[in-house]
Design a protein around this ligand. Structure first.
Ligand code: G3D
Ligand code: MG
Length: 175
């Protein structure tokens, strides 16, 4: 039995891997619930965030409309938490994370987030173009955590969604 129904947002600049992370997470259970004409995909999946405890996540992907103000209200309304995603192979994407965080706070309030450095698999190829200690520090300063993922090979993808669920539940239960 699922106790929590949580709206989860994928936020971050274009092409950092938001849609790929969702598809990797949903795996065989991939079901596209519906696609709004405004370009938001919503997918659902149950997660076991602790032994015997599950939550139903509805995961919102803003598609190619990242900066269009007209869908902001719908996208952010009632959100429980967000994955803030940047691309470990492009430093400018980490540079814009603070703006994304501000936007989340402005439209959804101070909801829990997990900072995601995606495309971990590319580091051997492109080198370390972002100071990853700084990423960790930023997340921790904001009372959050930093996780490095690869939507390509699956590294830490489940963990990212589960850790976010845990942060939301902990906040909800006043821990
Ligand atoms: P977005 O939803 O944030 O815009 P997408 O990003 O999920 O559409 O991904 C953008 C591109 O990055 C895609 O490549 C996708 O395959 C690639 N990508 C996503 N995640 C990873 C990852 O973890 N590792 C690597 N190497 N690539 C990734 P294309 O070429 O299809 O545009
Ligand atoms: Mg996308």
């Amino acid at each position: 039995m699922s106790t929590y129904k949580l709206k989860i947002l994928l936020c971050g600049p274009a092409a950092v891997g938001k849609t790929s992370l969702i598809h990797r997470f949903i795996k065989s259970k991939f079901e596209r619930d519906y696609k709004l004409t405004v370009g938001v995909d919503i997918l659902t999946k149950n997660v076991e965030y602790a032994a015997g405890k599950t939550a139903t996540l509805s995961i919102w992907d803003i598609g190619g409309q990242e900066r269009f103000s007209f869908i902001r209200t719908t996208f952010y309304k009632g959100a429980s938490g967000a994955l803030l995603v940047f691309d470990l192979s492009r430093s400018s994407t980490f540079g814009s994370i603070k703006n994304w965080r501000s936007e989340v706070v402005q439209f959804a309030g101070n909801i829990p987030f997990v900072l995601i450095g995606n495309k971990l698999d590319l580091i051997p190829e492109v080198g370390e173009v972002i100071d990853r200690d700084e990423c960790k520090e930023y997340a921790e300063d904001e009372g959050s955590i930093y996780i490095e993922t690869s939507a390509k090979d699956g590294t830490n993808v489940d963990e990212a969604f589960i850790e976010l669920t845990r942060l939301i539940v902990a906040k909800n239960e006043g821990k």
